[in-house]
Design a protein around this ligand. Structure first.
Ligand code: TEU
Ligand code: CA
Length: 551
């Protein structure tokens, strides 16, 4: 595969609302991001992905955009954004933005115009459809609960929304609409943006028959992704999008793609694929509940390891995926993927080691580099997230007690990742001098950036080292992946190998000391990473010990 400028890069996701507040309103802002560029540079970050910073009513935390050309005033001004771009550039860092083009906000002027004139040209920017026998056009449940169809006031029509009713879906069959989006994308790229993370993009292609599906829960509705999975031809739309925008700028694009047909992987990420890369959600999908968070299975170590194996082998045939442990839609990885006994600094370094050295482009989510964990939620009122509130309701409707429903949200809530970044041990973790928009995790006195940046044994320093290794040794970029000790139930071990180097990662995920299982293979190799200070006896692997060898 032809080498691209982004193949050897490491990315970092910022959730602006929770990153750093500099004016005391309790909301993170662009000034906060600018002031932490050196922090990110010291971690070795090359690409920064900003979750949405556009003007928005924040029904879904900015994923409901009311003006694609404006910065949300909560976050700052366009001048500050330009300053951020320039400051990043000075440090040889790239900024990519979130591109939310499956839907917009109901406050966007297109939708406002469509409501005013439901037979006019802007109605065609959306899906306005007549109902069936007094019911909505089809029985889809939106991703955030309830019907996907909402009445267009004063008409016999409904409009489609796969997410909240305040997030009407844009009609990608409408050429004028598509052209408006391309112009907007190019306007941002002209400013000097390096690319985009592309939101919920598989949803843009609908099955225009909008067929009903077999109901899958008591509400009589069927999950709307079933309609998406029955639609054909998303590839043509994605090619047109790419050719009119990203391609002309050699932009880096990372797609958020669920429900893809597996055989389409080469079309998505192969040479000349629709995107530079797509996220690897193979680990996250292991806890997809049949009905939601309340029946989400716990992560099983062996299934997790095998899922990563399968994904690595499949992906290296065609291109690169973007590897994550967590993001703003997921609980914290340290709380999710590590057994209880390993939810400590050594265990968290082990998880980072396994993930960052995989083949692919690592995306580190804010706070992951200091080992942030899920918060303790005492009541449903402490949450802000629209999806959490819906999942809580769904759990109650399924017959769970309030305590059980709260516990399910505690494990899975997106707000676990959205608590403020823990900068230091001062009030509110140094995130704000005001009242934070969402609660700060109680553990900020123990887990915070300030106590870690200068400590060579900290989780932060471990991440920094992992990132640096990827830059020092091309084997981490192009080396072939092989799972080792496939039949061992306690060990996650793999090798990466290219013509020059071989490296081996070996991690003991369990709480028993064992003889070093790859002693022979690692003989004569140099240890470059170890999460234990005392390295005098390498003949054993201690509980949650992780080492990386190279030759
Ligand atoms: O997420 C898309 C998506 O599929 C989510 O519905 C995901 O399944 C959900 O977050 C789990 O609770 C993207 C964004 O990442 C998310 O933050 C937005 O809410 C969503 O799109 C709508 O824009
Ligand atoms: Ca602020």
């Amino acid at each position: 595969m032809e080498r691209k400028w982004w193949h050897d890069k490491v990315a970092y996701q910022i959730y602006p609302k929770s990153f750093l507040d500099t004016n005391g309103d309790g909301i993170g802002d662009l000034r906060g991001i600018i002031s932490k560029l050196d922090y990110l540079k010291s971690l070795g970050i090359d690409i920064i992905w900003l979750s949405p910073i556009y003007k928005s009513p924040f029904v879904d935390q900015g994923y409901d955009i009311s003006d694609y050309y404006a910065i949300a005033e909560e976050f700052g001004t366009m001048e500050e954004f330009d300053e951020l771009l320039a400051e990043a550039k000075k440090r040889d860092m790239h900024i990519i933005m979130d591109l939310v083009i499956n839907h917009c906000s109901d406050k966007h002027e297109w939708f406002q115009k469509a409501l005013k004139d439901p037979d006019g040209e802007y109605a065609d920017y959306f899906y306005f459809r007549k109902g069936k026998n007094g019911n909505p056009p089809s029985n889809y449940r939106s991703y955030f609960g309830g019907s996907c169809w909402e009445k267009v006031p004063g008409t016999d029509k409904y409009y489609l929304h796969m997410f909240a009713k305040e997030q009407p879906d844009l009609n990608w069959e409408c050429e004028e609409m598509r052209q408006e989006l391309y112009d907007m994308i190019n306007w941002w790229l002209d400013k000097g943006l390096s690319g985009f993370r592309i939101d919920a993009i598989i949803n843009i292609k609908k099955n225009l028959d909008f067929p009903d599906f077999e109901p899958d829960a008591e509400d009589g509705l069927a999950a709307c992704y079933k309609m998406v999975e029955s639609a054909e031809g998303v590839g043509e739309l994605l090619e047109e999008l790419k050719n009119n925008t990203f391609k002309k700028y050699d932009a880096f694009t990372v797609g958020e793609v669920f429900n893809m047909k597996p055989e389409e992987l080469p079309e998505f990420i192969g040479e000349n694929g629709h995107f530079s890369t797509i996220f690897d959600f193979c680990a996250q999908c292991l806890s997809d509940g049949e009905h939601g968070w309340y029946d989400a299975p716990k992560i099983d170590f062996d299934k997790w390891r095998k899922a990563i194996l399968g994904s690595q082998l499949e992906t290296e045939k065609y291109g690169f995926k973007a590897n994550i442990i967590e993001n703003h839609d997921e609980p914290r990885g340290a709380s999710r993927f590590l057994p209880k006994h390993a939810q400590n600094p050594a265990g968290i370094k082990m998880l980072g080691t396994v993930s960052v050295l995989l083949r692919g482009i690592p995306f580190i989510y804010q706070g992951q580099e200091i080992g942030m964990q899920n918060a303790k939620w005492n009541s449903i009122d402490e949450y802000d997230d629209i999806s959490t509130k819906d999942q809580y309701k769904a759990a109650l409707a399924a017959g769970l007690s309030k305590e059980q429903a709260l516990a399910a949200c505690g494990r899975m809530s997106r707000d676990n990742a959205r608590t403020p970044m823990q900068w230091d041990d001062s009030a509110n973790a140094g995130f704000t001098t005001g009242t934070p928009w969402i609660k700060v995790n109680d553990n900020y006195d123990k887990i915070n950036a300030k106590s870690q940046v200068d400590d060579p044994d900290s989780i932060f320093s471990c991440y920094k080292k992992l990132v640096q290794l990827r830059k020092d040794y091309p084997v981490f970029v192009d080396g072939k992946f092989t799972l080792l000790l496939e039949d061992d139930d306690n060990i996650f071990a793999y090798s990466r190998k290219n013509e020059e180097k071989t490296m081996i990662v070996v991690c003991n995920f369990f709480d028993k000391e064992i003889p070093m299982p790859l002693a022979k293979e690692c003989e004569g190799m140099e240890v470059l990473i170890s999460n234990y200070k005392d390295t005098s006896d390498m003949s054993v692997l201690r509980p949650y010990e992780a080492r990386m060898y190279i030759r």
